[in-house]
Structure formats: structure tokens, C-alpha cells
Design a protein around this ligand. Structure first.
Ligand SMILES: Nc1nc2c(ncn2[C@@H]2O[C@H](COP(=O)(O)OP(=O)(O)OP(=O)(O)O)[C@@H](O)[C@H]2O)c(=O)[nH]1
Ligand SMILES: [Mg+2]
Length: 249
């Protein structure tokens, strides 16, 4: 047994089996989705085929949103104001297409970026700054309009954890049957131990919420990412490729 393994093993040993397994999986939090290296390699070449992305348009509301072709997928990055949506988008796309700011409420429109291989990425205004009602209605209308095409990354600040508005946004995804992944942003702001705890806490809260909606829902997994340190980006790209149908599930 590795040095120090006894104490950790004992703690894990007292946990229910599924949770103990998850704790072990989180030895490297950034590999929390357990995506195999061969899949990540495949994703890397698929992703380079989606590049370059180009700015398509900004739309203040839904009736100005450009229509989608039948085979086109759209990934929306959603989350609270200042959670890091625009920064993550730029890190994923490898270019500074979206405007970022220290000031919350910076992104005010739905901003569309068109890549190759029929993939679009959308940067949306964050909730929690200004009118919550308006932001949630905009998102709800967007998902209603895009059912069957849209998938989403719900971004939660790793340091702040889940807030009521995040749960409201999560409910929108469930109500509209939108494929989703949950990301913990700015993960560089937490040391590895607290980051693991935050992942488990978010997974528990979201799983409860999802199972209230549909008791058959599988446990929700959460993926940490740091755009600043460029950690976890390949896992997010893999999730996007999977949700949008570029990568077979
Ligand atoms: N430490 C750290 N800071 C980050 C990270 N990603 C973003 N930030 C910072 O967080 C702030 C907000 O980033 P944005 O990407 O503009 O956030 P947003 O969610 O698009 O904000 P709104 O458009 O206002 O809703 C900026 O100061 C970023 O530099 C990260 O991975 N780590
Ligand atoms: Mg923004």
C-alpha cells in the first residue's frame, strides 16, 4: 500500500460503496468523467476538424436567432454572471472570439459562433445580475425553440458552489429534455481536497434534483475545468463532441 494510503483507504472504507468508488475515481479531479485516453485522442482530432470557429451573430432575443439546419448541433454555455462562460468558450475554441470581463453582466446577448462539422457554440447572458426573470425566460424560450438540437454545459463556480438560480437553470434543462453536462469553473481557485469535496457535494445536490424530476435518472457527474490553467479542457471538448453527436456515445 502506498505511504499514507491506509488512512485514506479507511475513510473510503466507511462510505457507501457507490460513494467510495466515486471518491477513488476523483483521485485526479480533472479526470472525473473517466474518459479513456484513446477517446480523448479521438476527440482531439475531431475537435480540430471543428476549427476554426467564426462569429456568426449576436441576438438580443429569440426571434432574431438564426435558424439551424436539420443536422446542426448547438452547444450553449450557461451559468451565473461572471462564472467564466466567455473565458471558457475562448479557451475551448482556441481564440478570443467572446468578450470577457471582471464585471458581472458583461454578455448581454445570445452570441453564436459557427464551427466546421455543423457545430455551433452559443455564449449567453449570465443569470444573477439584472433581471433573473428575464434571463431565465430567455433561456427557457431558447430551449423550447431548440429542442432536439441544443445541448448545454451548465457552469457552476467551483468556489461558490450551487446557488438557487443554478438549480432553476438545471430545472430548465430537465424540463426541456436537453442533453447536458455540469462543469465546475475556475477550479484553480480551490486546492485539490476542497475541489473533490465540492464535486461530490454538487453531484449529490444535482442528482437529488434530477431524481425528483425523474426517479430513473442516473447519478449526475460534475467535471471541473480551469480555463486559466487550461486543465480539464479536453474532457469538456469530449463531452461536447458526445452530446452533439460528433462522437458516438
Ligand atoms: N481564476 C480563474 N478566473 C477565471 C477563469 N475563467 C474566467 N475567469 C475570470 O472570471 C471573470 C469572468 O469571466 P467571464 O468569462 O467574462 O465570465 P462570464 O460568465 O462570461 O460573465 P458574464 O458575461 O458577465 O455573465 C474574468 O475576470 C475572468 O478572467 C478560470 O478558469 N480561473
Ligand atoms: Mg460573458
Amino acid at each position: 500500500m502506498p505511504r499514507g494510503g491506509g488512512g485514506g483507504g479507511g475513510r473510503v472504507g466507511r462510505l457507501p460503496t457507490a460513494l467510495a468508488f466515486r471518491v477513488l475515481q476523483l483521485a485526479d479531479p480533472y479526470a472525473s468523467l473517466g474518459i479513456a485516453p484513446a477517446v480523448l485522442q479521438k476527440v482531439s482530432s475531431l475537435w480540430s476538424e471543428t476549427l476554426p470557429f467564426k462569429f456568426l451573430t449576436s441576438a438580443p432575443k429569440l426571434n432574431a436567432v438564426p435558424p439551424l439546419a436539420v443536422d446542426q448541433a448547438e452547444v450553449v454555455l450557461m451559468g451565473a454572471s461572471n462564472v467564466g462562460k466567455s473565458t471558457l468558450l475562448n479557451a475551448l475554441l482556441g481564440t478570443k472570439l467572446a468578450y470577457t470581463s471582471k464585471t458581472p453582466g458583461h454578455t448581454k446577448m445570445l452570441n453564436f459562433f459557427q464551427g466546421q462539422r455543423h457545430l455551433r457554440v452559443v455564449d449567453v447572458p449570465g443569470y444573477g445580475f439584472g433581471s433573473h426573470q428575464h434571463q431565465m425566460t430567455l433561456l427557457g424560450d431558447y430551449f423550447h425553440n431548440r429542442q432536439g438540437h441544443a445541448c448545454a454545459c451548465l457552469l457552476i463556480d467551483a468556489k461558490k458552489g450551487i446557488k438557487d438560480l443554478d438549480l432553476a437553470a438545471f430545472s430548465l434543462l430537465l424540463e426541456h429534455f436537453i442533453p447536458y453536462r455540469v462543469l465546475l469553473t475556475k477550479a484553480d481557485r480551490l486546492p485539490v481536497g476542497p475541489l473533490r469535496e465540492r464535486i461530490l457535494e454538487c453531484e449529490q445536490t444535482l442528482t437529488l434534483s434530477a431524481q425528483e424530476f425523474n426517479p430513473a435518472t442516473s447519478p449526475v457527474l460534475v467535471q471541473p475545468v480551469s480555463a486559466k490553467q487550461r486543465k480539464g479542457l479536453d474532457q469538456v471538448r469530449a463531452s461536447i463532441c458526445e452530446m452533439s453527436g460528433l462522437l458516438p456515445p
